[in-house]
Design a protein around this ligand. Structure first.
Ligand code: RFL
Ligand code: PHB
Length: 388
């Protein structure tokens, strides 16, 4: 098979990029290792920034997002008895939208046929070849048969564990920080305990009250990275949430059976540069943020925005320099989101190595935030998403 761009991975980054390229008349094909059902079963992000919403709008695939997404004008930081509301609408004039990654992915998947986007699911043993030159190709196997895709560019949208970054691992620099805890998440068909998100720093650990809709809640608590999900019955999770979120929120928690329950490790990671020869890395394949800032999916969207613009300029405008500029533009936004996610993680979690001094620093920072419009504005503009 011959195409202009071969995209590896059909998560949100790969599907968004595929649709954006097709909308500009650029040829592409997407290779995905898993089945469509498996991709849709991954429960992940829930908060969309304006950049992500506007890409769906530009594609004309935002009908359901508009109808079912919940615009949020603010969120809350809790510390003991104190609740600090960050009024993002008032401070920035913008808002975020609560809409599940699963739903966004479903909308992109449903539009494949109508938009002529070819996605090959069940592609095994994907390998990248001749990345440094201008005639790269990808090989994969499916149903016992070997296949080859020749392209002018490859887009690595295959997440943190995919083969794209591995193929150029020796050519870039990895920046990494692992955290000593993971987030145990629970999804349940019960109304949320609060109409806005609450991030809580409690002496027993972190908790987050989030949602997918008026009738579906998503909660998280942090647990040691060594913890096993089997040790956490639904009741134990609900009990712990009620303690950590505080009595006011606890009074409104409605318990229900878990539709999904899993532990995700927390990590900060950047691989730079994000382009090597004819390969552009987008989304989790190039960087990971701890979920505290709700940035991962939104960063994937902003990478794709830059990548689509560069590839379109190359194929339609004959602009050879556009692709060379991709990594610098993407990384400038990535590093700022890394900083924000790291600092909010630091502020809202109890690290095992922390002593009284580190705790006093958290209290002082939360005190400062609660009394300073400037500090709240800084948090709000990062949370709602820095300009693209
Ligand atoms: P994905 O979603 O991992 O998709 C990569 C795709 O590549 C496929 N793949 C392969 N395909 C072919 N061959 C191979 N060898 C392959 N290896 C892998 C995979 O099957 C998959 O389909 O990466 P992408 O597209 O870059 O999207 C990134 C986002 O998924 C991620 O950043 C977010 O989910 C992070 N995240 C959040 N982001 C937000 O913006 N807001 C949030 O509120 C938020 N909450 C979260 C999160 C992530 C979480 N977890 C579990 C990591 C909450 C959690 C708990
Ligand atoms: C979620 O709803 O899954 C969610 C919301 C906010 C975050 C992380 C995850 O910061």
């Amino acid at each position: 098979m011959k195409t202009q761009v071969c995209i590896i991975g059909a998560g949100p980054a790969g599907l968004l990029l595929g649709h954006l390229l097709r909308s500009e008349g650029v040829d592409c094909v997407v290779l995905e290792r898993r089945t469509p059902d498996y991709v849709l079963s991954r429960i992940r992000a829930g908060v969309l920034e304006q950049i992500t919403v506007s890409l769906m709008e530009r594609l004309g695939l935002d009908q359901r997002l508009k109808a079912e997404g919940l615009p949020h004008d603010g969120f809350n930081l809790a510390d003991g008895e104190r609740l600090i509301r960050i009024d993002i609408a008032e401070l920035t004039g913008k808002h975020v939208v609560v809409y599940g990654q699963t739903e966004l992915t479903r909308d992109l998947m449903d539009a494949r046929e109508e938009r002529g986007l070819e996605v090959i699911y069940g592609a095994e043993d994907v390998a990248l070849h001749d990345i440094e030159g201008d005639a790269p190709f990808v090989t994969y196997s499916k149903d016992g048969q070997q296949h080859r895709v020749d392209a002018r560019f490859l887009a690595g949208c295959d997440g943190f564990h995919g083969p794209s970054r591995q193929a150029v691992a020796s050519k870039g620099t990895e920046y990494e920080r692992e955290y000593p805890f993971g987030w145990l998440g629970i999804l349940a068909d019960v109304p949320p305990c609060n109409h806005e998100l609450i991030y809580a720093n409690h002496e027993r650990g972190f908790a987050l009250a989030s949602m997918r809709s008026e009738t579906r809640s998503r909660y998280y608590i942090d647990v040691p990275i060594t913890e096993k999900v089997e040790n956490w019955s639904d009741e134990r999770v609900w009990d712990e949430l009620a303690i950590r979120l505080g009595p006011q929120a606890a009074a409104h928690i409605v318990r229900g059976p878990a539709l999904e329950k899993s532990i995700a490790p927390l990590r900060s990671f950047v691989f730079a540069p994000m382009r090597h020869g004819s390969l552009l890395l987008c989304g989790d394949s190039a960087h990971i943020v701890p979920p505290t800032g709700a940035k991962g999916l939104n960063l994937a969207a902003s990478d794709v925005h830059y990548a689509a613009a560069a590839l379109t300029a190359f194929f339609k405008g004959g602009d050879n320099d556009a692709v060379a500029g991709y990594s610098g533009k993407a990384l400038s936004r990535v590093w700022k989101a890394e900083r924000f996610s790291w600092s909010l993680t630091r502020l809202m979690h109890r690290f095992p190595e922390d002593g009284p001094f580190e705790r006093a620093m958290q209290v002082a920072e939360l005190d400062y935030i609660s009394g300073s419009r400037a500090a709240q504005t800084s948090i709000a503009e990062n949370y709602v998403g820095l300009p693209v």
